[in-house]
Design a protein around this ligand. Structure first.
Ligand code: HEC
Length: 728
């Protein structure tokens, strides 16, 4: 807490320019705020479609998405398509200027038709005179593209790109690990700061934060989010070797940069092995933490952990916001972090100290063998939470009497309730769900008023743990089922039936695919499915035999455990040879049975509405100013049911003109709300839902609001269109 203000007095330090949209989330402070005021409460009803542009890139199976928040630079709009092509459009007409297709740079792309259906939430821009560059990630590569013509800058990295799998200071071979870029990082001066998405399983790669030279792609610094020997907080891990075999603590949801102080604020996710932590004892620093790092050097300034020893997948899932509040008559520069469990932590930007009291509250402990639940969790007294976080019988849906009885029965079968209920074989509620509360869409902040706007989903999910070995033997399918239980069950379910719209059923796979095709999906992943290249040898053959319903073909392995452990691709921390680490089935005896939403027979959430909300919170006082439903099910509205809101993905933006723009809802609308009252002032239909954050900018005297319409989540059709609205 000594380092207070790096470069505060530098004469030419840039300040945020809210008149454009030149970075992910608008500006590098992450605020999704625009000083545009041409469109305002009085005239928003007159907004019309100004242009639209389609890449023609969506897949036909309604699984591709587009979560991109585009940027506008010098009159051109830069963003990505569902196949992660990078485009430049004339931002006032939508006319295409150029298109870069990363598949043309990759000789393996033709063999893997799914290789380029991945997720990108946006791009980064940097310029030095006429040298103008766009950076964005495609899978494990981060490309440097000439902003003027769409050509890779060949002098950067390896022929135009850097490989995120390299340079992680790991003793293990990470070439088969799942390490990709999704949300853009930030660029400070000549340093590009990047986080990663990594796997969620116990063999996840480490999520260290890195700073790269924007000119050459050379790594300038690395911050180990799981401290290495000799580094601060290394001693907080009871097992001194844990840094060698644990992974995660990655930053996948964006960052915020204080350009004046030269501090980057980096939120992190859980340690891999989301729901069982017996092999990763301790508080697990720096997982689930907000980190303040020197942007130029990567040096530690402070950290604040928001969930200790996470057992609930409570990643910090949104970029933080930087603003100045008035608190007890004093102006304080703060960083605000929204969380999946519906809280906002407001911390002093220089010290990391909470502005409002935060209490370490005790929560129940786990009854799973080997688990050591952390006894307390930090709960802010203020700001008021923006989502419900417990369910009672009173909350169970009463949509119809039959549905009520049905869902009440299901509710009563889940044993553990309340926030931070321990994962258990007898099931517990995750509420708000795995996808928030707050999610990657993040929050918008009006820096003039200190009011934060955040959307939230209110969907309960049920978490049930099973014994990995029992699951394998019960299914009579042997070793392949054990591998399946470790790696696949969480998404594809205990009976391979998937979970509704998000994760497909793998039943009768052999009728749809050849074993080779299935192997390809496992190796490379597909859209939101991570790759599992680390599953090799007998494990892979066993898994395939199980999936293709050919149990007879399973090769018998007399050491399944160690074969499984080899998947980690890491060496035994206790020996110098290549022996694998402690076998996963032994180290990780439990798995969860799937991401299960609590929905009724018709697919609606099993609790009373609201199911999705937009909230305004005054960060000066901590008071929730308003809360309104976000989105609707038209068929329920027609029955006279008040607006329910829907699950939602993608964030808001707020304008000086007095409006909050947000799409995000399942009903495929772009909405404009009055930022003072929360009143819905305007909405327009989109071709498919805009599960992305809109951007706004003024060009040639006209203010545009642009949204990527990619759909593809929660049962929505996929799309590949950008829609731009303006006053005629
Ligand atoms: C984090 C969630 C997740 C995990 C874990 C996961 N999958 Fe998937 N899987 C998906 C999603 C999402 C899709 C749909 C991809 C698409 O088409 O967009 C999918 C698709 C597939 C498909 C293609 C099915 C089809 O009909 O197109 C196969 C095969 C598959 N998964 C196998 C596996 C196996 C085997 C494992 C374990 C090694 C696994 N998955 C683990 C999320 C997951």
């Amino acid at each position: 807490m000594i380092l207070l203000c790096i470069g505060c007095n530098a004469p030419d330090t840039p300040v945020e320019d809210y008149s454009g949209w030149s970075a992910y989330a608008g500006t590098k402070d992450g605020n999704r705020y625009s000083s545009g005021e041409q469109v305002n409460a009085a005239n928003v009803a007159g907004l019309k479609l100004a242009w639209s542009w389609s890449s023609g890139d969506k897949d036909t199976g309604n699984r591709s998405q587009n979560q991109c928040n585009p940027v506008m630079i010098d009159g051109w709009l830069y963003g990505t398509t569902p196949k992660l092509k990078l485009f430049a459009l004339d931002a006032s007409t939508g006319k295409e200027q150029w298109l870069f297709d990363p598949a043309t740079e990759d000789s393996t792309a033709k063999k893997d038709p799914y290789a380029y259906f991945k997720v990108s939430r946006g791009v980064m821009y940097w310029a030095d005179g006429a040298d103008k560059r766009i950076f964005y990630s495609v899978g494990s590569k981060t490309w440097c593209i000439d902003a003027r013509n769409g050509h890779p800058v060949r002098s950067f990295g390896d022929n135009g790109a850097i490989d995120l799998k390299q340079g992680l200071d790991s003793e293990a071979d990470l070439s088969d690990a799942f390490i990709v870029g999704t949300t853009p990082g930030v660029i400070y001066k000549d340093v590009m700061i990047l986080g990663t998405r990594v796997g969620e399983s116990p063999d996840a790669a480490p999520g260290h934060i890195r700073g790269y030279d924007v000119r050459t792609g050379k790594r300038k610094w690395i911050f180990h989010t799981i401290p290495h020997p000799g580094e601060k907080n290394y001693g907080t891990w009871p097992d001194s070797n844990a840094w060698k075999y644990t992974g995660g603590a990655n930053s996948w949801a964006g960052m915020a940069l204080d350009q004046k102080r030269g501090i980057v604020y980096v939120p992190t996710g859980s340690i891999g092995g989301d729901f069982y932590g017996g092999f990763r004892k301790g508080q697990n620093l720096y997982s689930n933490s907000l980190l303040a790092l020197d942007a130029e050097t990567g040096k530690y300034i402070w950290h604040y952990q928001m969930v200790h020893h996470d057992l609930w997948d409570r990643d910090l899932a949104a970029n933080p916001n930087l603003l100045t509040i008035t608190h007890n008559g004093k102006q304080i520069d703060v960083v605000a972090q929204v969380t999946k469990h519906g809280y906002v932590f407001v911390l002093d930007r220089e010290t990391g100290n909470p502005v409002f009291p935060v209490e370490e509250k005790p929560f129940p402990v786990s009854d799973l063998a080997g688990e050591e639940t952390w006894p307390t969790q930090p709960i802010p007294s203020l700001p008021e939470p923006f989502a419900r976080n417990t369910i009672t019988a009173e909350d169970i849906t009463d949509r119809t009497p039959e549905v009520h009885t049905d869902m009440l029965g299901k509710f009563n079968r889940v044993k553990h309730n309340g926030m931070f209920a321990p994962p258990s074989k007898e099931s517990s509620w995750i509420f708000p769900g795995y996808d928030g509360g707050g999610e990657w869409g993040g929050a918008a902040v009006d820096p003039k008023t200190g009011i934060l706007y955040v959307n939230s989903s209110e969907m309960p999910w049920v978490l049930t743990m099973i014994d990995v070995k029992e699951a394998g033997s019960r299914s009579q399918k042997g070793l392949g089922a054990t591998v399946y239980t470790q790696y696949c069950i969480s998404c594809h379910g205990p009976d391979r039936e998937g979970n509704g719209s998000s994760y497909p059923s793998l039943v009768d796979l052999s009728k749809k695919f050849t074993a080779e095709q299935v192997a390809k999906v496992i190796e490379n992943g597909k859209n939101m499915m991570p790759s599992f290249k680390q599953i090799t040898g007998d494990n892979k053959r066993n898994l395939l035999a199980y999936l293709m319903d050919e149990p007879g073909k399973e090769p018998v392995s007399n050491s399944p455990a160690s074969a499984t452990a080899a998947q980690r691709g890491r060496k035994n921390p206790d020996s110098s040879d290549a022996a694998p680490v402690a076998a996963l089935p032994n180290a990780v005896p439990y798995a969860m049975t799937g991401y299960n939403r609590f929905v009724d027979r018709d697919g609606y959430p099993g609790i009373k509405p609201p199911w999705g909300t937009l909230n305004a919170i005054d960060l000066n006082t901590g008071k929730l100013l308003w809360k309104v439903p976000l989105g609707e099910y038209p068929e329920l509205t027609r029955l006279g049911i008040p607006l329910t809101g829907t699950e939602n993905y993608g964030g808001p933006l707020v304008t000086k003109g007095g409006l909050v723009f947000i799409a995000a809802s399942k009903d495929a609308k772009l909405h404009a709300f009055d930022k003072t009252t929360g009143k819905l002032l305007w909405q327009a239909p989109l071709p498919v839902p805009g599960y992305a954050t809109p951007a706004t900018y003024t060009l040639n005297g006209r203010q545009f609001i642009v949204i990527a319409c990619g759909g593809g989540k929660i049962g929505s059709r996929s799309g590949d269109t950008y829609m731009a609205f303006a006053l005629p």
